[in-house]
Design a protein around this ligand. Structure first.
Ligand code: PEP
Length: 256
């Protein structure tokens, strides 16, 4: 019922020409198939060339890695939702831990961005997750719940239908130390319960919850075999077309 979703977050990697070459390579390895949705999130500067490389009948969607909550104005260095839409973006990653930690993004700002994304027709992928110290102190669930509350409060059931949540423990991102499937499943269950309590059963049953944090072709099967994990947000392993294609193939098989 929930279509699995594999998202490649390129972060600050690949120029416009490298993006086009990567996509040509990926499309040769990976024929279209409806059993899993695939999103690529290149840097802003590569969105246009990525869109062209994906072509007019693209089956892979484009996502942005951030946006500003205003539509336009005096915000030097920022990019707005209408700009992203015009370049063909359908998704936007919001609240990534690198945005939170390195750029000071707080839940109130993330909430504004989510609302703008929804109004402007972009589907938000909201990232939440605890630090190692928070996990070791036994605060994982409360940290994640606070982030969810701060970013999603006040949204309607209809809004939630367009939102994807990515559970990304900060200690697992880019470290090669992925969560265990059991750790991920436990947090995924508490996220779904949060949605059920805050909205209703239907919304909780429909929302996609991804796992992110050192997902590789080697460990993807274990995560994606779980009924509660609806896909993956992939950083490092998405920069290599072979690894990324393998993860997509695993999602297609596991969720068929
Ligand atoms: C990420 O940045 O969202 C991520 C999951 O990175 P990595 O796969 O490299 O841990």
């Amino acid at each position: 019922m929930r279509t699995p979703l594999i998202v490649g977050n390129w972060k600050m990697n690949k120029t416009a020409s490298e993006a086009a070459a990567f996509i040509r390579d990926l499309l040769e390895r990976l024929p279209a198939a409806p059993s899993a949705e695939v999103v690529l999130a290149p840097p802003f500067t590569a969105l246009e060339s990525a869109s062209r490389a994906l072509g007019p009948d693209a089956w892979i969607s484009l996502g942005a890695q951030n946006l500003h909550w205003e539509q336009q104005g005096a915000f030097t260095g920022e990019v707005s939702a209408p700009m992203l839409r015009e370049l063909g973006c359908r998704y936007v990653i919001l609240g990534h831990s690198e945005r939170r930690l390195l750029f000071g993004e707080r839940d109130e700002v993330i909430q504004k961005k989510i609302r703008t994304a929804l109004t402007e027709g972009l589907a938000p992928i909201l990232c939440v997750g605890e630090s190692l110290a928070e996990r070791e102190a036994g605060h994982t669930e409360s940290v994640v719940t606070t982030q969810l509350n701060g970013s999603l409060a006040g949204l309607t059931q209809q809004d939630l239908a367009t939102v994807t949540i990515a559970y990304e423990p900060v200690w697992a991102i880019g470290t090669g130390r992925a969560a265990t499937t059991e750790q991920a499943v436990t947090v995924h269950r508490s996220i779904r319960l949060f949605v059920e309590t805050g909205w209703n059963h239907e919304t909780a049953a429909a929302i996609r919850i991804l796992y992110g944090g050192s997902v590789t072709p080697q460990n993807a099967e274990s995560f994606l075999a779980s009924e509660t994990i609806d896909g993956a947000l992939v950083g490092g392993a998405c920069l290599n077309p072979d690894s990324f294609a393998t993860i997509v193939r695993i999602a297609r098989t596991q969720k068929a």
